[in-house]
Design a protein around this ligand. Sequence first.
Ligand code: AMP
Ligand code: MG
Length: 419
Amino acid sequence: MLPAHQAEQIILDRVQPLDPQQDRDLVPLAAANGRILAAQVSGQLDIPHWDNSAMDGYAVRYEDVADCSPEQPVTLDIIEEIPAGAVPQKTVQSGQAARILTGSMLPAGADTIVIQEDTQRQGDRVSILAAPKPQAFVRHQGEFYRAGTPLLPAGILLTAPDMAVLATAQCLQVPVYRRPRVAILSTGNELVPPDQPLQPGQIVDSNQYALTALVTSAGAEPIPLGIVPDDPAATKQAIVQAISRADIILSSGGVSVGDYDYVDRILAELGAEIHIRAVAVKPGKPLTFATFPPAPPSPPRPLLYFGLPGNPASALVTFWRFVQPALRKLSGLATGWDPTVIQGRATQELRSDGKRESYLWGRVQIVNGEFEFHLAGGSHSSGNLVNLAQTNALAIVPIGQTRILIGEPLQIMLIHLMQ
Ligand code: AMP
Ligand code: MG
């Protein structure tokens, strides 16, 4: 059976990212947070836009104050006050200073700031008690950024710090990749939506909601296509409908041994190439990965099909391990496709059969500066979903290993940001 890292490579090799020209949206600055930049952004203005002061103090000519000390202060005439936002009106001449506040424009003639703490003011005169360094506390125009040079590269996920940079550069329309479209199908005769009373033998289609949430959190656009009965014709019709609307199709259920034949057959009839049928992971062994070749007028890239196992825990684990990296690459992200794996310690013994890479769900916490993994209570059978609630990480027990003892180092996959 295929090891997880090989399966991931096979999948990533077949993902062709969105096109930076054709799959580009221009969104208003305020809507750009969480999107992926589709083109390099550069600014039209230097940063800082003009020489300004980094401190509250006095703008002076360095040569006037180069030798002063508490014993031999130099006293200067204050010619004006420059509060934030004001434009200096006068030129600082020899023997003069301007009162200046943090961020204010440096007046002509001055080249150095003396911080307030090193001065003593008497009316409209100021004594300088310590010699500053030449050009002290002056932020020079263009010191942080030169107009026209690259400011932000394409392929980055925009977050709060980037928003500050884009706003400063007055980038009002931001070129971002469109959101990948992900169709979601739940297969199974036993499934009903959550708003229906359950008849004997029926269960609620929870995967539709879990996968929709995962797709949304990944910055993609979910297309929930509902429940499809275990019937070849209905399945085929649902997949055809999904093909015309999506970049990725996720189905859950119907890929375990008994169902292989008809899913395979439908995918083949529709022109798909099946690359993966099972992966050595637990939970999640039955995993189908197929691609549909580009067919005009659809996008010029293969459409990806993931047949996830129906078990709710298996569907989640296989999404995090295999679908999310593919979705990240497809979405235009230049780097960082792999799941985030950190090293921590087990707080209780973890077990596996040793035959497959095992993912055990739980919570990671930082205790005394170290990551500690706490296994979720209750059954870790892939049929259980109740103890998935509030988990934030998966502990990984590698193939060939049957136990990890308390306190032993452990690889932990983060499934969302720690809280
Ligand atoms: P399957 O992969 O279709 O053999 O399904 C495996 C198990 O997962 C069965 O117990 C199903 O009832 C359950 N299951 C399948 N699909 C879903 C779903 N959409 N939501 C919740 N459980 C499901
Ligand atoms: Mg089924």
